[in-house]
Write a protein that binds this ligand. Structure first.
Ligand code: PMT
Length: 504
């Protein structure tokens, strides 16, 4: 009990710390420098799963051991997790493990008077914002589809009106069996039920194929998507992220310190809210955000980004320019690798033994991609979100510069950030931004993790995107991009026929 209480305290403290970070504008000094019309918003409670009641149903399959990791991730995301285990599940992972990880009593028995008195199965289902069943075995799926209520989990699912996210895991033949697919189809016919996964690969039973429990991070991403507002559903959004590298020779380049984290966060948050996102990424070391809905295109230079952007923007409702596009590039690219000697030869016309001590590099301006998209748009489409990277801690000056950029580049909003403060802007996991709209209205979003800020930004922008910019089809790009690993919340049916027989 002591351990659990301590865990709960730490969890609460962790959640609070994660979302209400200190922000310099909260100081009296900083506030006194804010323009009168400035609004400083608290970013508490903006995380997708924070504070959500989640029933985690664990059924009896070998993948049940991964439910522990899933539970940990859900708790870390700020969710309140109540675990319900079937009898079979307790043979694979102990209730004590799940109780410790969820910091809450594990419900198991429909007919246990004590358990029912604590929180009855009807209340469990009623209070759930989301029910996740992971792993969902063929047997559990069959029970849900048949509408039985003979065990606690089936009763909770049947008695609840909450959305249910199934993460199937089973032998490939069980998965592909028409009976399983029919059961799943029946459930998916009801809008309450969604699936994530399964993944394909080596299965514990010795077969290779589809049927592995999808990675817990993908289940969390799918859950986040299910509880997200959905206010960008049907929107086609292009996000640029990261730096551009402008080659000097075959091994060197001009670049900047953008990590891509802010742009990737904008893309991830948009996809979670239902948008189909094209993410044009400069050279970054980031994986594509989990959860599906994102088609990624990697580029190196501003010229490559321009080509990808112009093509994508033609069909976009919204373009978000979070990339730090190099303003200049070398006038020419040297072949091979410039050496001190070759530079000296070129610059000083010295003999072969000369070694340069200085070198001049001629630069030419890159096109301004945001301004170009803006000039080319018709009827206000696409809606344009520009960023402004400024080095100033003065809030009024930041807004002044953002207003200038807003009018120079003719966009619909500028998201200004001070990139001179340690830990925010370039490279860091956190940022602090000021939204500046035409007419001069502005809002400060204080320092917070970039993904939290991205959601807060979309909270403010989603309602401003003109309706006429809505896409007609509302078709997502999941199928095109998900590949084997990206878990779209998707319709049933094997993604790939992978039954190649038993492993040796
Ligand atoms: O990637 P991270 O490490 O997470 O860092 C995030 C960030 C600091 C890079 C991001 O928050 C940010 O500020 N991005 C914009 C960087 C930038 O280039 O700002 P700017 O003020 O120089 O340009 C203004 C706008 O014009 C930007 O939307 C930029 O994408 C666009 N631009 C700039 C130059 C150019 N040649 N073409 C452009 O389209």
């Amino acid at each position: 009990m002591g351990v659990l209480a301590d865990f709960r305290r730490r969890r609460d403290r962790g959640g609070t710390e994660a979302f209400v970070a200190p922000f310099p504008f909260h100081s009296r000094f900083a506030r006194s420098r804010l323009p009168a019309a400035f609004e400083v918003t608290s970013l508490a409670n903006v995380s997708g799963l924070k504070g959500k009641n989640i029933v985690l149903g664990v059924t009896g399959g070998i993948a049940a051991y991964k439910a522990g990791e899933l539970c940990r991730l859900l708790v870390k995301a700020g969710a309140v997790v109540r675990v319900v285990m079937t009898d079979a599940a307790t043979r694979f992972i102990t209730p004590l493990t799940m109780q410790t990880l969820s910091a809450s009593h594990v419900a198991r028995d429909l007919f246990d008077a004590d358990e029912e008195a604590r929180i009855g199965h009807i209340r469990l289902g009623d209070e759930a914002d989301l029910i996740i069943v992971a792993p969902a075995t063929a047997d559990a799926i069959a029970r849900f589809a048949a509408g039985t209520a003979g065990d606690l989990l089936a009763a909770v699912v049947l008695a609840s009106r909450s959305p249910v996210l199934l993460a199937p895991a089973m032998n490939v033949n069980m998965w592909q069996n028409p009976l399983t697919q029919q059961n799943l189809g029946r459930l998916l016919g009801l809008s309450r039920f969604k699936t994530v996964g399964p993944d394909a690969g080596d299965l514990a039973c010795g077969w290779v194929g589809e049927g592995r429990l999808i990675d817990p991070t993908e289940i969390v991403a799918a859950a986040e998507r299910l509880v997200a507002p959905g206010d960008l559903a049907g929107r086609r959004i292009v996000v640029t992220a990261g730096p551009t590298f402008e080659p000097i020779d075959d091994v060197r380049f001009l670049g900047n310190r953008s990590s891509g984290k802010m742009g990737f966060a904008m893309a991830q948050a948009a996809a979670r809210r239902g948008a189909s996102v094209i993410l044009i990424a400069g050279p970054v070391a980031l994986g594509t955000p989990p959860g599906g809905g994102i088609l990624r295109q990697d580029v190196q230079t501003a010229a490559e980004m321009r080509v990808a952007l112009i093509a994508a923007a033609a069909r976009a409702d919204v373009v978000v320019m979070a990339a730090a596009v190099a303003d200049f590039k070398p006038a020419s690219r040297a072949e091979g690798k410039l050496s001190r000697r070759s530079v000296a030869g070129v610059v000083a016309h010295a003999g072969t033994r000369a070694r340069a001590t200085t070198m001049s590099l001629a630069l030419v301006a890159n096109p301004d991609l945001l301004a170009e998209i803006s000039r080319g748009r018709r009827g206000g489409r696409p809606w344009l979100v520009g960023f402004a990277a400024e080095v100033t801690a003065d809030a009024q000056e930041l807004v002044k510069r953002a207003i200038r950029k807003l009018s120079e580049k003719d966009c619909d909003v500028i998201i200004a950030n001070d990139v001179g403060t340690a830990g925010t802007g370039f490279g860091g996991d956190e940022n602090a931004v000021t939204l500046v709209f035409p007419g001069g209205a502005s809002e400060v979003l204080p320092r917070a993790p970039k993904i939290v800020l991205a959601d807060a930004i979309w909270d403010r922008l989603a309602g401003r995107i003109p309706n006429r910019a809505r896409s007609g089809s509302g078709r997502r790009v999941d199928g095109a991009v998900s590949g084997r690993r990206a878990a779209a919340v998707r319709a049933p049916g094997p993604r790939v026929a992978q039954t190649r027989g038993r492993r040796a």
